[in-house]
Design a protein around this ligand. Structure first.
Ligand code: NAD
Ligand code: DAU
Length: 355
């Protein structure tokens, strides 16, 4: 079992990062400090960690800084005596990568390189560099089969190509310089604090507001859904227990067609918020729209290795996890409203100076 004192978490103000930091403080025996380095792009929101910042004043530090900035990266490694890294910072939305790939290349590839280089130059004190990656690096499956740790890379979008590139860099720093690394490649996450550009929160909020529920193409693409806290427990397990250089795929054993996800979410919003003023079910808001270019048909993960090596299991099913998530968005109106209206950006500009 590895021990960590000062963990650098990059991208900790994002969806998975904020859930991961909360998970480590509240659900593990970690006694050290977490330094959250985040540049607060549109996807970063310190309000997602307000409770953590208030509760762990001695053990939680926020650094408003950019992984593309080499000097900032080096300063943070030295100032906080970083001994381990959990790297999540990335541009994460496939559709944005199709329209505007530049930031994906700079953050996901060059930013990862900056972090690796800083870790390598301080390798006498680095216990682990963990890279949080995606199943999208493996490309697309047909109607059968699963991604495993040995599936060849075949990314299709600028996003997945940039993540594949960063995975290769991370492995190269192990194979060439002996940096202790691990990688996890996970399927689609959902849960609290997810930015409402991704399918599930977008559908929840549009359904609530009586807006169209956009489904790409015919809605027959398949994703493998995992509740975010279950992803966090997998990341922590790999960080603590996996041998250096190892990769684990992480998934929910929960394959669903997009159209079925949207129908289930719409039905849950009806159940918890009541029907539309017209009395129609929210499913009636489904609108089929132009398909995503190069849309991967199906992702599905065989996570037997993670389950067998560490007895990792997930706690939520789609039934329980979807219901929890819809309730969360209904109960957290302040967070939702500030993200939906863009107010959170003004609040960040007022309160967070970049270093
Ligand atoms: P997100 O978009 O919600 O959050 C990304 C965070 O990174 C934001 O807080 C943002 O401000 C920060 N960031 C972006 N560029 C930065 C930069 N240059 N410097 C510092 N911080 C920067 O993303 P997410 O969904 O939480 O994903 C986190 C990681 O997990 C990503 O690496 C993603 O590829 C990976 N992943 C996501 C999923 C998923 O379903 N969301 C699944 C598997 C893997
Ligand atoms: O598989 C892991 C990946 O999952 C992560 O690496 C990415 O960071 C994360 O964004 C996610 O990628 P997807 O492209 O699968 O997620 P998204 O929520 O954008 O879309 C899920 C599916 O729903 C996909 O097949 C496209 C479709 N979709 C999406 C949106 C936003 C729609 O039909 N309508 C929509 O409006």
């Amino acid at each position: 079992m590895r021990k960590f004192n000062n963990i650098l978490v990059t991208g900790g103000a994002g969806f998975i990062g904020s859930n991961f930091i909360r998970y480590v403080f509240e659900k593990t025996d970690f006694k050290g400090r977490i330094i959250n380095m985040d540049s607060l792009t549109y996807a970063g929101n310190p309000a997602s960690l307000e409770d953590v910042a208030a509760r762990y004043t001695e053990r939680y530090v926020f650094e408003h800084a950019d992984i593309r900035d080499k000097e900032a990266v080096e300063r943070i490694f030295d100032e906080y005596d970083i001994d381990s890294v959990c790297h999540l910072a990335a541009e994460s939305h496939v559709d944005r990568s199709i329209v505007s790939p530049d930031d994906f290349i700079q953050t996901n590839i060059v930013g990862t390189f900056n972090l690796l280089q800083a870790a390598k130059e301080r390798d006498d004190r680095i216990t682990l560099f963990h890279h949080v990656s995606t199943d999208e690096v493996y490309g697309s499956l047909g109607d059968t089969g699963f991604f495993t740790e040995t599936t060849p890379y075949m990314p299709h979008s600028p996003y997945s190509a940039s993540k594949a590139s960063s995975d290769h860099l991370v492995r190269a720093y192990h194979d060439t310089y002996g940096l202790p690394i691990t990688i996890s490649n996970c399927s689609n996450n959902y849960g609290p604090y997810q930015f409402p550009e991704k399918l599930i929160p977008l559908i929840i909020l549009n359904a609530l507001e009586g807006k169209p529920l956009p489904v790409y193409g015919e809605g027959i693409n398949v994703r493998d859904w995992l509740y975010v806290e279950d992803h966090c427990s997998a990341i922590w397990t790999v960080m603590k227990e996996a041998k250096a250089s190892e990769t684990y795929v992480v998934g929910g054993r929960c394959e669903l067609r997009n159209i079925d996800v949207v129908k289930r979410i719409a039905a849950l919003v009806d159940e918890f918020a009541g029907p539309l003023p017209s009395g129609a079910p929210r499913e009636s808001l489904i609108t089929f729209v132009k398909d995503r270019p190069g849309h991967d048909h199906r992702y599905a993960i065989d996570c037997t290795r993670l389950e067998n090596d560490f007895s990792w299991t997930q706690t939520e099913t789609a039934e329980s996890g979807f219901a929890k998530t819809v309730k969360w968005y209904l109960d957290n109106n302040e967070w939702v409203k500030s993200v939906r209206t863009g107010e959170y950006r003004q609040w960040i500009e007022k309160n967070y100076e970049k270093r």
